[in-house]
Write a protein that binds this ligand. Structure first.
Ligand code: 4NP
Length: 146
């Protein structure tokens, strides 16, 4: 089974939103999420993201807590998707040699951080559109199998 990890700064707002939205769209892939930082390590999903899950009836794991990405993740996951340009830049710095090709920006535009904007509805629209676009692309291209 192919493996996808979504990555943001804290792993409490954007990347867990992408994780559970994607899990709600497909069970074809192993899907998880991580942080580039250890700032929120062990903390639960942000209330703003939990409210979005409830509003849109997206099932989620209440016990999910923030995890920082580690070397093993770069080897294990096939696709490593940073939610914004800074996340991608940080991931490229952290990536063990030979794993950099797995790192991509989640969407053509960075997903603004709702930790700062407070706009979780905007985050949800972008996350849903981005997940659907990845599923389309994965279905259409061979790239994932390389
Ligand atoms: P996230 O949001 O990267 O979407 O999970 C943030 C969460 C926490 C912090 C920054 C962004 N923080 O500064 O602790």
């Amino acid at each position: 089974m192919k493996q996808i990890v979504f990555v943001c700064l804290g792993n409490i707002c954007r990347s867990p939103m992408a994780e559970f939205v994607m899990k709600n769209l497909t069970d074809q892939y192993r899907v998880e999420s991580r942080a580039t930082s250890n700032w929120e390590l062990g903390n639960p999903i942000h209330q703003g993201t939990q409210k979005i899950f409830q509003k849109h009836q997206v099932p989620y794991d209440l016990t999910k807590t923030s995890l920082q990405i580690k070397d093993k993740d770069f080897y294990d996951f096939d696709l490593i998707l940073g939610m914004d340009e800074n996340n991608v830049a940080d991931l490229k710095q952290m990536a063990p040699a030979g794993t950099e090709h797995k790192i991509h920006l989640f969407a053509s535009e960075s997903v603004p951080d709702p930790w700062y904007t407070g706009d979780f509805d905007d985050t949800y629209r972008r996350v849903l559109a981005g997940c659907e676009a990845w599923l389309d692309q994965l279905a259409r291209t061979e790239e994932f199998d390389r």
